[in-house]
Design a protein. Structure first.
Ligand SMILES: Cc1cc2nc3c(=O)[nH]c(=O)nc-3n(C[C@H](O)[C@H](O)[C@H](O)COP(=O)(O)OP(=O)(O)OC[C@H]3O[C@@H](n4cnc5c(N)ncnc54)[C@H](O)[C@@H]3O)c2cc1C
Length: 375
């Protein structure tokens, strides 16, 4: 099962001019899975399929492609246009055996100039699998710090190429990355409320956003990409299949702690399809909701506009059970996860990797296309 959208990288790369030249035909999620990884494994049962397959493979190798042919430079600053070697300094197995936390270090002298917004959230890097020469995008959870450190939460799929390859990497190994590439652009002072709905590793871009605008500014050691504390109120609704597959404590603990100490800035809720007896390391099972994120859950979030109200105003609002209309509100929904989840929450993507109309639950609630972004 895939997480995030089928094509979010292509769409988001197109958001910014500096990166658009690198948005090759294989920049999308969908094509990563179908065009890059599989040619090495496919065998057609019939001649027609074989011929077609040969054509596709030939086209894949012969078609000019900026990203795949990007050179590797060991002494030039990190850039989307070439690969740069980084060292694996940690690879930690998570409770979910199919996920690992990977720490990479870029030599600090290869950090690009930090002025400007290249490290503003949300951004990703391409990691190249040297064995089969394919690349996939991944999201540094906390951005990058002054020493060039990036931490990633990586899932491997049974037949997935790069995820499995990354899981096999050990401390001291060198891998090649290029970036940063924009996934989605955060804008200060634009939304009163941002509601993020994620599934599986789809939480990674949201964690980077929250870390940058909320968690890091409240700490002394700020990452290079930090921005002043946001006035936006954030809500994260995250879903995994079972408690044992929820994100590791390194992600959950800071979010839960911040939500407890600053409920006016952040609310978090965690859901699982079913409680199978496994447990999340950071949340008691009683605090995990069983079932899919549904209209009632989102309606509750929309109805709760208690931030900034006095105690008696909040009291009066207790009787407000209907979700308040979204029309005219400076509210944004971000959705990132498996495609069926995106469909159910926000409707399917459009043609040619576009956002498509707002459908699903958010469509029923009256959200407009300016209030929804499918990552
Ligand atoms: C902007 C962006 C940021 C991202 N950030 C992260 C992140 O932080 N962490 C993260 O884990 N992922 C992230 N992803 C997803 C990541 O880029 C990859 O898509 C994901 O790791 C799968 O890549 P893969 O090479 O392992 O699998 P692929 O080889 O692409 O396979 C994908 C799926 O297809 C299946 N498959 C592969 N080959 C076959 C086959 N021959 N037959 C049948 N099924 C097959 C696999 O089992 C798997 O389910 C991000 C994606 C985007 C677009």
């Amino acid at each position: 099962m895939l997480h995030f959208g089928p094509s979010c990288l292509k769409r988001h790369v197109q958001q910014i001019a500096w990166a658009s030249q690198f948005a090759s035909r294989r920049s999308s999620w969908q094509r990563h899975s179908s065009t890059q990884a599989k040619p090495s494994k496919r065998k057609g049962p019939a001649l027609a399929v074989a011929v077609l397959g040969t054509g596709i493979v030939a086209a894949y190798f012969l078609w000019p492609d900026t990203s795949r042919s990007a050179p590797t430079y060991s002494n030039a600053a990190l850039s989307p246009s070439h690969f740069t070697p980084v060292t694996v300094t940690a690879s930690e197995q998570c409770a979910d055996p199919n996920t690992r936390l990977l720490t990479l270090i870029l030599s600090p002298n290869l950090l690009p100039p930090l002025h400007g917004s290249i490290f503003a959230p949300v951004w990703s890097i391409f990691i190249k699998d040297d064995d089969i020469q394919v690349e996939r995008p991944y999201t540094p959870l906390e951005g990058i710090d002054e020493s060039g450190r990036m931490k990633l939460w990586i899932k491997r799929y049974p037949k997935g190429e790069v995820g499995r390859w990354l899981h096999s990497k050990s401390v001291g190994d060198t891998i090649e990355i290029r970036g940063p590439l924009k996934t989605w652009t955060w804008l200060d002072d634009t939304w009163d409320e941002v509601i993020m709905i994620s599934g599986g590793t789809g939480i990674t871009p949201f964690y980077q956003l929250l870390h940058t605008v909320l968690l890091a500014p409240s700490k002394e050691a700020q990452p290079l990409s930090s921005t002043p504390l946001s006035l936006t109120r954030f809500t994260l609704l995250h879903s995994s299949r079972v408690p044992g597959e929820l994100p590791p404590p390194e992600l959950l603990r800071p979010l839960i702690d911040h939500a407890e100490t600053h409920p006016e800035q952040l609310r978090v809720s965690f859901f699982v399809d079913n409680k199978d007896g496994s447990s999340a390391q950071s949340i008691p099972n009683d605090n995990i909701r069983q079932g899919r994120i549904d209209k009632a859950d989102i309606g509750l979030i929309l109805g709760d506009r208690s931030a900034g109200l006095t105690w008696w105003q909040k009291l009066l609002r207790v009787s407000t059970s209907k979700p308040e209309p979204v029309a005219g509100r400076k509210i944004l929904f971000l959705v990132c996860g498996p495609e069926p989840m995106i469909h159910a929450i926000a409707g399917p993507y459009g043609r040619n990797y576009s956002q498509g109309e707002v459908g699903g639950i958010l469509g029923q609630l009256g959200c407009t296309s300016t209030q929804v972004w499918k990552l």
